[in-house]
Design a protein around this ligand. Structure first.
Ligand SMILES: *Cc1c(COP(=O)(O)O)cnc(C)c1O
Length: 423
């Protein structure tokens, strides 16, 4: 469910006409809905209200500080994967005791920053990382709370680029190595073992892989405890899929996912940590663009819009399907067209949608791309010297620009001439 709906023939984000925002700030831009963010967060939490649960929003999905603060005000912690994300989380006032630090390649300065901030826990992904965190914690005269990301070796049955829980993926510690690494960690200075972690992938639309992975993790918790390790929290990662396309297999509702979770963790007496990203923000955002040209080629129509793959790379990177429609509501029985919706970038991979049957659009019309709140703005680039686009947040009848459109001077001004080319 989301709060982007047609009212009086015009797409609205909550109570604001999207065309009004376009008139005032230009295109393209992202637009997020506060009500949808809140609703998704609440629905997820409600599914776990009867267990000791902590939700650490996986902010790599959308790290804008206004989005982050909206969720944090609702009670969310953060799952961070870089020092930059940690800084954003701290800046918006998220309690360090609700911050989880995940990721395969933490640098020394990132580790130091997290130790100094006294975050809830590091999710450690290798023995070398463990050794480094131990050394840095000792240096700082502190203890680092750690859990290990265990790779349960299950097939998440999702796109290869976002599957992370198989042996062959770069993530986590092999299931068979888990007990040895906990034994080793228990003897290291500066290290406090506090839990266990997994994350098997993203956009998972099938409960079976979760079921298998949770089962393997829960039995490991028993063995680790028997060996004397303290496992006070169990982090089940994120990955719950969202609907992108009407008619596709619908991803499980949070309560169905919760049933599977509870079946495996109820007896553990541990705090259960979740790291949802996409599920909270994907359908809380759209991207709005304007049609530049409608080009009719041999047997094919191209709708060329002012947003491109640098602004939303998901279609070309993951072969992702995003609904694309005109902002003015199509009239029933009106003319339709079959077209590729593409951007201005000099790449054949620059498309937002292919072979789409949609209401006929003309030059100057506004269109919107649905489900663009997750892995959209955060993955944008300035390829073709295209400035980063604006992001807006709506709340009821108000909206705010939460990230300015980058200017060309800001973008080009980052380059520097070496002395030998000067003058
Ligand atoms: C990306 C990621 C998540 C969030 O995944 P979603 O599919 O967006 O829910 C959670 N945990 C870790 C470690 C991740 O890398």
């Amino acid at each position: 469910m989301n709060h982007f709906e047609f009212k009086d023939g015009e797409l609205h984000a909550e109570d604001i006409a999207v065309a009004q925002i376009a008139d005032e700030i230009g295109t393209p831009f992202y637009c997020y809905s506060t009500a949808t963010l809140n609703r998704h967060y609440d629905v997820f939490c409600e599914a776990f209200s009867d267990i000791d649960a902590m939700v650490c929003y996986a902010m790599k999905a959308n790290s804008n500080q206004a989005v982050l603060k909206t969720l944090a005000d609702r009670g969310a912690g953060a799952d961070v994967v870089s020092g930059g994300e940690l800084l954003r989380a701290l800046r918006v006032g998220i309690d360090p005791k609700k911050i989880m630090f995940s990721g395969v390649g933490k640098t020394i300065s990132e580790i130091d920053m997290a130790i100094a901030s006294q975050i809830f826990c590091f999710n450690i992904e290798s023995e070398n990382e463990l050794a480094l965190i131990s050394a840095r914690a000792v240096d700082a005269g502190m203890n680092a709370h750690v859990s290990f990301r265990i790779n349960p070796d299950v097939d998440a049955r999702t796109h290869a680029k976002i599957s992370t829980g198989k042996k062959s993926d770069k993530f986590g510690i092999a299931y068979d190595r888990a007990e040895a690494i906990y034994r080793h960690a228990a003897g290291l200075p500066g290290i406090r073992i506090s839990g266990i972690d997994m994350h098997i992938g993203s956009q998972i639309i099938d409960l079976e892989p979760f079921d298998q992975a949770f089962d393997r993790l829960a039995s490991l918790v028993g063995r680790l405890r028997n060996a004397g390790h303290e496992i006070s929290h169990v982090d089940l990662g994120g990955g719950l899929g969202v609907p992108y396309k009407n008619g596709d297999a619908t991803p499980p509702e949070p309560h169905a996912y919760a049933e599977v979770v509870k079946r495996h963790v109820r007896g553990l007496g541990a705090k259960i940590v979740f790291e949802p990203g996409r599920m909270l923000v994907a359908n809380a955002g759209i991207m709005v663009a304007r049609v530049l040209y409608v080009k009719r080629a041999e047997g094919k129509t191209f709708v060329i819009v002012d947003a491109a793959m640098n602004d939303l790379i998901r279609p070309t990177l993951y072969e992702a399907w995003h609904e694309i429609q005109p902002v003015r509501e199509p009239v029933a029985g009106g003319e339709t067209m079959v077209a590729d919706i593409v951007g201005p970038i000099c790449e054949s991979g620059d498309y937002l949608g292919k072979d789409r049957t949609m209401a006929r659009v003309a030059e100057g019309d506004l269109v919107f791309v649905s489900s663009a709140g997750a892995y959209g703005a955060v993955q944008s680039s300035t390829y073709n010297t295209r400035p980063l686009i604006a992001e807006t947040l709506v709340k009821g009848g108000e909206y705010a620009v939460i990230r300015e459109r980058q200017t060309l001077d800001e973008l080009i001004g980052l380059d520097h001439m070496p002395d030998w080319l000067e003058g």
